[in-house]
Ligand binder design. Structure first.
Ligand SMILES: *Cc1c(COP(=O)(O)O)cnc(C)c1O
Length: 410
């Protein structure tokens, strides 16, 4: 009989969102008249920007004509999309990238998972806590860890607790690590890192021959002009950092699917025999072998985000979500709730009132306010006592949810 990949058995059953779903369903069945408002999951709700939709349609029509039909494209993405991203999203930051350093994909979750292919198994990884669960679980699946302990920490991984004391920005690891996951603006905490903060990480990585995986999925939500959008704004980052971006939250592509990875040519690793080797070369080899590119209409739609109209419309949608974030944050503060995030990110990370556990507060909010959020403990042990509200909802729902919460906590 074929043997399974036993590493998958080390994973804790996908618990967080199924458990939320179970509790919400049970409540809704018992209270059919209640209007439940969901501010839980990290999915967008606004439709695509009109300019993006138009380009998407036009590209689909291209496929129906002999002249403009598009078959296989370059596995790593079309130059016209890559160059538009470099010009519009990186050059204004003072970051110059070569076309060959960017790879277009069908989303960032896959990229964060797939990148592990080009790293040796005996690298030590450092992961934040709380965290986007993909970083941890993909390392478990590939076999880099032992079993989880009672807290949910896997043997072999260096966890970096993020809490109120450190402003939800982890301290540098005290042991030597080879791969560091950083996500700013952060999901779930909504916290951002300053240039000085990121410089510390870049210096650590360069001094220790480590590689930083920088997840910038929420960079478009940054409102403070002093906060870096890309890790390459930091001196020395091109020698040690791989950056992930996604059109999902930025442009409403959670269903459309498009993302990108930047692997600068200078990021080097060592071979088993000790020679330096470029990760860019390996990632190109991996991409051309295992991937056949994001679809042509999707890349056309993504390119339209960088047109003058598309850019403006996309920005308006982001502003809509950030106004939701402001309403949530300020409403909660009015009734004395301690909140983090929500200024440069579409997530509000709140401290549960009266010392409730994350799940107790979840139940209180569901049953007393009919509002669904996400228990912080679901993102890692250090998330206990915290709770995430998402700003991706519809405005009227956000206002109503905040009113209900305010009334309840007053
Ligand atoms: C939503 C999200 C992504 C993007 O995932 P896609 O696969 O591109 O939809 C990446 N990282 C984090 C932390 C996210 O929350």
């Amino acid at each position: 009989m074929a043997k399974i990949n036993d590493n998958y058995l080390k994973l804790k059953a996908g618990y967080l969102f199924p458990e939320i779903g179970r509790r919400v369903r049970a409540f809704a069945e018992a209270n059919p008249a209640a209007k439940v408002i969901r501010l839980g999951i990290g999915d967008v709700t606004r439709p695509l920007a009109p300019a993006v939709l138009k380009a998407f349609h036009a590209a689909v029509d291209d496929l129906g004509t002999v002249e403009n039909f598009a078959g296989y494209g370059p596995e790593q993405g079309y130059d016209w999309l890559i160059n538009a991203i470099i010009e519009k999203s990186y050059q204004p930051l003072g970051v110059s990238l070569k076309t060959e350093e960017m790879f277009i994909s069908d989303g960032s979750k896959c990229d964060c998972a797939n990148i592990l292919d080009i790293f040796a198994m005996d690298n030590i990884v450092a992961i934040g806590d709380p965290v986007y669960p993909v970083y941890n679980d993909t390392n478990v699946m590939i076999g880099r860890t032992g079993d989880a302990d009672a807290k949910g920490y896997y043997k072999g991984v260096v966890y970096m607790p993020c809490n109120e004391a450190n402003g939800f920005i982890p301290a540098l690891p005290t042991e030597k690590v080879d791969i560091i996951y950083l996500c700013f603006p952060n999901n779930p905490t909504g916290v951002v890192a300053s240039k000085a903060e990121l410089k510390k990480w870049v210096d650590y990585a360069n001094a220790n021959d480590a590689v930083i995986f920088f997840d910038a999925a929420y960079e478009a939500f940054i409102t403070d002009p002093s906060i870096p959008h890309s890790i390459y704004e930091i001196e020395g980052a091109k020698r040690c950092a791989i950056e992930f971006r996604s059109f999902s939250k930025t442009a409403g592509f959670t269903g459309v699917r498009c993302g990108l990875v930047v692997v600068p040519e200078e990021v080097m690793g060592t071979t088993a025999s000790g020679e330096k080797y470029s990760f860019n070369k390996l990632w190109l080899r991996r991409t051309t072998t295992k991937f056949n590119g994001a679809s042509y209409p999707v890349q056309k739609a993504a390119a339209a985000v960088y047109s003058d109209e598309g850019w403006k419309q996309t920005k308006e949608i982001i502003d809509y979500y950030m106004e939701n974030a402001r309403i949530i944050r300020e409403g909660l503060k009015e009734v004395g709730v301690t909140c983090f995030g929500g200024v440069n990110a579409p997530y509000i990370w709140l401290k549960t009132p009266a010392g409730l556990t994350s799940w107790d507060f979840f139940d209180k909010l569901l049953t007393e306010c009919n509002v669904v959020g996400t228990p912080g403990s679901g993102f890692g042990p250090s998330g206990e006592g915290y709770f995430r509200l998402s700003a991706f909802g519809n405005r009227d729902n956000v206002i109503e949810a905040v009113e209900r919460i305010k009334k309840n906590l007053k």
